[in-house]
Design a protein around this ligand. Structure first.
Ligand SMILES: *[C@@H]1O[C@H](CO)[C@@H](O)[C@H](O)[C@H]1NC(C)=O
Ligand SMILES: *[C@@H]1O[C@H](CO)[C@@H](O)[C@H](O)[C@H]1NC(C)=O
Length: 412
């Protein structure tokens, strides 16, 4: 055995020892951990390129970050910015930790969301959606001084497929300094845990096997009619997410359009009253008004109700999900796994990039679309993207049908 082989054998041995110590740590019973000693240290921010488990951590959506010795500090400027620290690069089974706590040590901000994400069934970052879903809690409710303790059971996800812990939904101009993320078997006795508040379920893909759904957001009423006609020619039904204030306008173009769509068999659902970044709103009252006025105008103008909600810009966090669950019975929050990227390419010199974006997400297994009807070129590509969807062999239907909703119109 040459020196380099020996070295790698030694490395493998060390690595194995390390893995074994980790595995043992995860099954040692609670009693072996008096006090609040960590069972699994996830991140102490010693290095910018990886966390204590050796996996990626970093910001998303251009989160302004500053790395220090043993901490990272965020200066978020909007509610979509986020930071993830991964427990694995595939899937980790957190079931053995389920009655333990996520312990976070931080300073500064208290108005934000903490999420535990769930990977897709393939545990694969090259499949869509990635991650598959997550659950959110409000940091402030679990914070005492510099400590946050959240029971892992307060995150309603499939704990056998956990992926990462994330920080997002910052809605006040506050900095957050994080110095520790870990799992502990116990918490300090005086630390009272709040009751879990229900959150609307978040879906990025269809539940029904071999189904595919177009979830179409806002645009202009004229182009909306053109899309409706294309869908009629193609013989498919879709879901349209409505912005309430358009329907309330004196001009009835929007309410007439949605009424016609409903008559033709499309699903009409919620997309807020005025299209804000919901989680960025400062007060619960503003969040409530966006939901309630959307429901109200749909009832007045269309005589319809819905429990399907699409968040503008895909921005939701703990408060939005809690308010949806408080105001609507069993809300379904519908994100996406196929993004045509009309927001990026429509009306540019390279509008065909929309077709490429659509194809790319479909190739990765995506089956739940987001698109708009703001631009004539997106409308022009609608038939082609329907063809791309058809080529997968999946059946195209409304979002409620692809969610196997018993109240959806039956498929024939
Ligand atoms: C679309 O909805 C209409 C009205 O409910 C229905 O008659 C039609 O069969 C549906 N089309 C498909 C493809 O399901
Ligand atoms: C929606 O999905 C997109 C693409 O996966 C993602 O960037 C965004 O964070 C998601 N938002 C929500 C609320 O699911």
């Amino acid at each position: 055995m040459g020196p380099s082989n020996l070295l790698s054998a030694v490395n493998r041995g060390l690595c194995l020892a390390f893995l074994l110590s980790k595995a043992v740590a995860s099954v040692v019973p609670r009693a072996a951990y008096p006090g609040h000693d960590p069972v699994l240290v996830i991140d102490t921010f010693k290095r910018a390129d990886r966390n204590d488990l050796g996996f990626w951590h970093g910001g998303g959506e251009n989160m302004p970050l500053q790395w220090g010795d043993g901490y990272v500090e965020f200066s978020p400027t909007n509610a979509d910015q986020n930071f993830h620290t991964q427990l694995t690069s595939s899937c980790i089974d957190l079931t053995p930790y389920k009655d333990m706590y996520l312990h976070i040590v931080s300073e500064g901000a208290s108005h934000f969301t903490i999420s535990l994400t769930q990977n897709n069934p393939q545990c694969d970052s090259y499949r869509n959606p990635y991650p598959e879903t997550w659950d959110d809690v409000e940091a402030m409710r679990y914070m005492r001084g510099n400590d946050i303790y959240i029971p892992l059971s307060h995150f309603n996800i499939d704990h056998t497929h956990a992926l990462s812990v994330s920080f997002k939904g910052f809605y006040m101009p506050e900095k957050l300094k994080l110095s520790k993320v870990e799992i502990t078997a116990t918490k300090p006795d005086k630390f009272r845990i709040p009751k879990k508040l229900p959150t609307g379920k978040l879906f990025l893909r269809c539940k029904r096997p071999n189904s595919f759904a177009f979830g179409i957001d806002d645009g202009s009423p004229e182009l909306g009619r053109e899309i409706m006609n294309i869908l009629a020619d193609e013989g498919i039904n879709a879901t349209f997410f409505t912005v309430g204030n358009g329907m309330a306008a004196a001009n009835t173009a929007w309410s007439d359009l949605y009424r016609d769509m409903a008559r033709r068999g499309h699903q009409i659902a919620l997309h807020t009253w005025s299209h804000p970044r919901m989680e960025g709103l400062k007060t619960t009252e503003e969040i409530d008004q966006e939901i309630l006025r959307n429901l109200q105008v749909m009832k007045e103008k269309l005589r319809l109700k819905s429990r399907y909600f699409r968040p503008p810009y895909g921005v939701v966090g703990a408060r939005t999900r809690q308010r949806l669950a408080a105001l609507i019975q069993d809300p379904y929050i519908i994100n996406w796994s196929v993004d045509i990227q009309d927001w990026l390419w429509a009306g540019t010199p390279t509008p065909e990039k929309q077709l490429e974006a659509f194809q790319r997400d479909v190739d990765k297994g995506g089956d739940l679309v987001v698109m708009h009807f703001f631009s004539r070129d997106t409308v022009m590509y609608t038939k082609q993207v329907i063809d791309i969807a058809r080529k997968t062999g999946k059946r195209i239907m409304r979002v409620d049908q692809c969610m196997e909703d018993p109240e959806a119109p039956p498929l024939d």
